[in-house]
Design a protein around this ligand. Structure first.
Ligand code: ATR
Length: 287
């Protein structure tokens, strides 16, 4: 009898992850017998968890914070995008039982902009933040032909490091001069954790430091944070009359590639999926 494929998302903490809801929606929609569960794994336990995946009968799974870099170090067969970013979020076994890793965040980022702002690829981007998420965004922007990417981070040294890694299109700049660069950008991306609900930021930090009144009128503003969907950053851009793209579509699209590996079908990111996930989220918050 054929085994029912099973997959997971591992992180610490993991209770907040929307991935089980997304994958179960597709399992149900495509009438696939399979499972997708969240597993809380500490950093110390993560290597033994990865080494026991085959024994546990998984077809593969996702890894999320804080394990993406550790997963990259543990999985020997990583693809080009993963090697470039230095972190993975998707794992699968090939037919020979070898574990592979990829980073599908960059794919998710571009698909979300393709969906909600077709023609977004232009000349100059401003990227705020130089952590793990920023690396996937920089990779995407380079892939889609951005000529100049201004990278601004609170800790300048991290921005300099990424600029060296990603090459000459990336120009690091100082945090305090952020508003001097707003007017140059065709795309502005927040990759920092400022604005994440319940994250340890004070009210002052939640207010975006950006003065959107300097922005080009046709700039596209996007945030990779999706909890809340309308971050203070996006709210402010919207109030300034600018085009905004929220971050949840990136989560949906990055998930499609893993689903295809484990369950054999490339699922569609639809309005129905979006509304189902957002509605159940809101209901859970109310209770
Ligand atoms: P991730 O892997 O999710 O990107 P990370 O590596 O911890 O997470 O990076 C978080 C990003 O948010 C960093 O760019 C961080 O800036 P620093 O490198 O200076 O720490 C940024 N960040 C977090 N809190 C911030 C704050 N209060 N103000 C400005 N930037 C902040």
């Amino acid at each position: 009898m054929a085994r029912i494929p099973k997959a997971f998302v591992a992180g610490y903490p993991i209770y907040h992850s929307l991935s089980p809801k997304i994958h179960r929606y597709w399992l149900n929609f495509y009438r696939i017998s399979g499972s997708y569960d969240s597993i809380e794994v500490t950093t110390e336990d993560f290597p033994s968890f990865i080494h026991s995946l085959k024994e546990l009968g998984f077809a593969g799974g996702n890894v999320t914070l804080p394990h993406k870099e550790q997963a990259y170090a543990l999985v020997k067969k990583c693809d080009e995008v993963a090697n470039y970013i230095g972190a993975i979020n998707t794992l699968w076994f090939d037919n020979g039982g070898i574990l592979h890793g990829s980073n599908t965040d960059a794919y998710g980022f571009v698909c979300n902009l393709d969906d909600f702002s077709p023609g977004w690829e232009k000349e100059t981007a401003l990227v705020i933040g130089a952590g793990g998420a920023s690396r996937a965004v920089l990779f995407s922007l380079k892939e889609r032909g951005y000529q100049q990417i201004i990278l601004i981070n609170r800790t300048r040294a991290r921005a300099d490091r990424l600029a060296r890694h990603f090459g000459q299109q990336i120009v690091a700049a100082d945090w305090q001069y952020i508003n001097d660069h707003i007017g140059e950008a065709d795309l502005i991306v927040n990759t920092t954790s400022i604005g994440i609900e319940n994250h340890n930021h004070n009210a002052k930090e939640q207010e975006s430091v950006i003065n959107f009144s300097m922005a080009k009128s046709d700039v596209v503003v996007t945030d990779i944070v999706y909890t809340p969907l309308m971050t203070p950053f996006l709210n402010q851009a919207q109030k300034a009359g600018l085009k905004i793209v929220d971050g949840i579509g990136m989560l949906f699209h990055q998930a499609t590639l893993g689903f295809e590996r484990w369950f054999g079908i490339k699922p569609q990111v639809t309005k129905a999926l979006r509304s189902q996930i957002l509605t159940t989220e809101m209901k859970e918050k109310e209770t």
